[in-house]
Design a protein around this ligand. Structure first.
Ligand SMILES: C[S@@+](CC[C@H](N)C(=O)[O-])C[C@H]1O[C@@H](n2cnc3c(N)ncnc32)[C@H](O)[C@@H]1O
Length: 277
């Protein structure tokens, strides 16, 4: 695991409060990588990542889903609209909570997702109340990942599943240059740590969940950053970021760092499905 002790939760919250508008303008309603099998548009590739994870996790219609780190509600809305899931989305950012609620209301999504502004590391849900805990690209931001997985496992009904996508550190032992590359990404993208695929498997298993599917999607997702870089160059987003503060410029300046880390193997992009047996 790569650790980056300087990150603060207030900085993560502020980043998402301020940059949600950037994400929406630059990328779309889903704040996650696209998943390419051919020459899909970026918008189609984003939805394809959501739908592919949903298929891998075999999410059934009408499931109760907790979407941890729900962003602008992209997955929550997709799951409610396409599978009539009863979704509660959780985000650290009050701006995102409001955005997700308005977006789902404007789209008249039914069943209507509920959005809560809360820290996933302190939120509680009733024991065995969820068919699915879903989390795309949020656990990178959590400070005590093993404890979060222990807690989340208690929310899942027997036979229910945890479906997750995450940026991963390469497997240990990592060379010092790979460690530096992954650390640079953590600093720029506000991740207190990055686990490897093996770390995630052990966190699931120690929480009593059986990993039934997992895989590395780096090659299918990494195009995301080349597209984002081009879009930043073509627009005035960098000037806006300068006005908003140095952390936002830091974020934009790290698109190459993540692409390099993917290309060198210092980082990978992984998905997991884990079942409560
Ligand atoms: C990269 S975005 C992913 C958003 C969403 N899953 C999607 O795919 O569109 C990361 C999300 O994790 C949330 N997040 C980060 N730390 C969190 C925490 N401690 N508790 C709840 N949400 C958190 C952020 O607010 C943001 O919504």
């Amino acid at each position: 695991m790569i650790e980056c002790p300087n990150i603060q939760k207030t900085v993560i919250r502020n980043h998402y409060d301020v940059s949600t508008l950037f994400y929406r303008l630059l990328w779309g309603p889903h704040i996650h990588h696209g998943y390419w099998l051919a020459d899909e548009t970026p918008a189609a590739a984003q939805i394809q990542l959501t739908s592919t994870l949903s298929t891998q996790a075999n999410i059934q219609p009408h499931s109760v889903v907790y979407d941890i780190g729900c962003g602008m509600g992209g997955s929550s809305i997709w799951l409610a609209k396409n599978l009539q899931c009863h979704v509660t989305g959780v985000t650290l950012s009050p701006v995102q909570r409001q955005w997700a609620a308005v977006s789902s209301a404007l789209k008249r999504i039914s069943p209507k997702p509920t959005f809560r502004c809360h820290d996933a590391e302190t939120i509680s849900f009733s024991n065995e109340s969820a068919d699915v805990v879903w989390s795309i690209e949020c656990t990178e931001h959590l400070f005590d990942k093993p404890t979060f997985f222990q807690k989340a496992a208690t929310w899942i009904k027997p036979g229910g599943r945890f479906a997750l996508c995450a940026w991963l550190a390469g497997e240990s032992p990592m060379s010092s240059s790979h460690q530096q590359q992954a650390l640079r990404v953590c600093e720029g993208m506000f991740c207190p740590s990055l686990g490897s695929q093996s770390d995630y498997v052990s966190w699931f298993e120690n929480a009593g969940l059986k990993v039934t599917a997992k895989g590395i999607w780096t090659d299918q997702v990494k195009e995301t950053w080349a597209i984002c870089r081009k879009r930043v160059e073509r627009t005035g987003v960098r000037y806006l970021a300068k006005v908003l503060g140095k952390n936002h410029v830091l974020f934009l300046d790290h698109f190459d760092a993540i692409l390099n880390a993917y290309n060198s193997g210092a980082m990978e992009y992984g998905y997991f499905v884990a079942e409560k047996v």
